[in-house]
Design a binder for this molecule. Structure first.
Ligand SMILES: *[C@@H]1O[C@H](CO)[C@@H](O)[C@H](O)[C@H]1NC(C)=O
Ligand SMILES: *[C@@H]1O[C@H](CO)[C@@H](O)[C@H](O)[C@H]1NC(C)=O
Ligand SMILES: *[C@@H]1O[C@H](CO)[C@@H](O)[C@H](O)[C@H]1NC(C)=O
Length: 337
């Protein structure tokens, strides 16, 4: 009995904190992370090419998982378990879109993405899925282009969606001619990462430059999708896309833990016409507060013709100011350490 008790003591006292810490980080991973490809050979191969269908949740998530895996070595010096990897913001955001039903077909004409647990369909009618395409396929192809993955661009085949095929690009050369600036910015981020002289702030800057550049085309190209949503949801999406530019200028560090806590303020389902902020009963006070704040930012930006963003960018041009903002932002979210 005493022996058993001391074993229990040793196991719980000595080993479980280490185990708990690892599983804690794992618990922050986006949904279906472990079910998504971790290396390119996990994808199906056809005619000598790996076939990726970004309109299947795990296929798109897999591009993130590969990126996180391939870049882990460059973030290792900033903290253990790849927690400090700044790319976490992207799959966490995509995971939030999935969990809140935002990747499902908003027209209701198909079942795509409807069964939250079973269907892995990502709908081309979803505004969120369309915008995210430029934040998943593009960085992935740019990483391939940068030489980081050890793959050659013609080893990858990206499958088109069922409609509006012309609004997407499918390979390195195609995407480079359609969106040269954005592809350059992503490639620049991946190349900079591999330099011995790279640092965390530099990575953060280049990541946000690429991220905001990625939003430019899809936020213009997919406005027709707003028609499929309630006014509330359409406004939320539009405001969210605007606010991302402000968060980018403040260079919010999108590490695993931080991205996770930032997302606690985001709505947990698609908004409908009866949702009146800040009085949505099934949302937390924080989620209601975030929606009101997003509206304020969105309206200010639209009214000022983006002058407010220019002013904000100059305010956020020093590291000191960005530090103050991060502190205030975390206090606002109630996640300050
Ligand atoms: C990240 O969060 C996990 C789980 O909440 C925690 O165990 C870990 O210490 C955190 N890591 C950092 C670097 O903050
Ligand atoms: C990257 O993927 C390989 C192959 O699946 C795996 O063995 C390795 O542990 C991964 N590395 C990281 C840092 O996750
Ligand atoms: C890239 O995609 C376009 C169509 O989007 C196609 O015409 C072209 O042949 C592809 N290029 C390569 C190298 O696969």
């Amino acid at each position: 009995m005493a022996v058993l008790a001391s074993w229990v003591w040793i196991l719980t006292g000595c080993f479980s904190p280490a185990v708990a810490e690892i599983s804690n980080v794992v618990s922050l991973y986006p949904p279906l992370w472990e079910d998504s490809p971790e290396q390119i050979s996990d994808y199906r191969m056809e005619d000598g090419k790996y076939v990726i269908n970004p309109w299947v949740l795990t296929d798109r998530m897999g591009m993130y998982r590969i990126l996180l895996n391939e870049t882990a070595t460059y973030f290792a010096r900033y903290g253990p378990e790849n927690e400090q990897n700044l790319l976490w913001g992207l799959p966490l955001q995509f995971g939030w879109q999935y969990q809140t039903g935002r990747l499902a077909d908003p027209t209701g004409m198909t079942d795509c993405g409807k069964e939250l647990e079973e269907s892995l369909c990502v709908s081309v009618n979803s505004w969120w899925a369309d915008v995210n395409y430029y934040l998943s396929v593009l960085p992935f192809l740019a990483a391939v282009d940068s030489g980081m993955t050890g793959l050659s661009p013609n080893q990858i085949m990206i499958l088109p969606p069922l409609k509006d095929q012309m609004r997407f690009c499918y390979n390195v050369s195609d995407c480079r001619s359609a969106l040269p600036k954005t592809m350059d910015k992503w490639r620049d981020f991946f190349q900079y990462m591999q330099l011995p002289s790279s640092d965390f702030d530099g990575l953060l800057k280049k990541l946000w430059d690429a991220h905001t550049s990625s939003l430019e085309y899809p936020t213009r190209a997919f406005v027709d999708r707003y028609d499929f949503y309630s006014d509330q949801e359409a406004n939320f999406g539009e405001n969210w896309a605007i606010v991302v530019y402000y968060l980018g200028a403040a260079r919010l560090p999108t590490t695993l833990n931080r991205s996770h806590s930032f997302q606690r303020g985001l709505p947990t389902r698609v908004l409908d016409d009866t949702d009146i902020t800040p009085f949505i009963p099934d949302f937390t006070p924080l989620q209601n507060k975030v929606l009101v704040t997003l509206k304020l930012f969105g309206n200010t930006d639209r009214l000022s013709g983006s002058l407010s963003l220019t002013i904000w960018e100059s305010l956020m041009s020093t590291k000191f100011a960005r530090g103050l903002f991060l502190k205030a932002f975390e206090e606002f979210l109630g996640t300050s350490p």
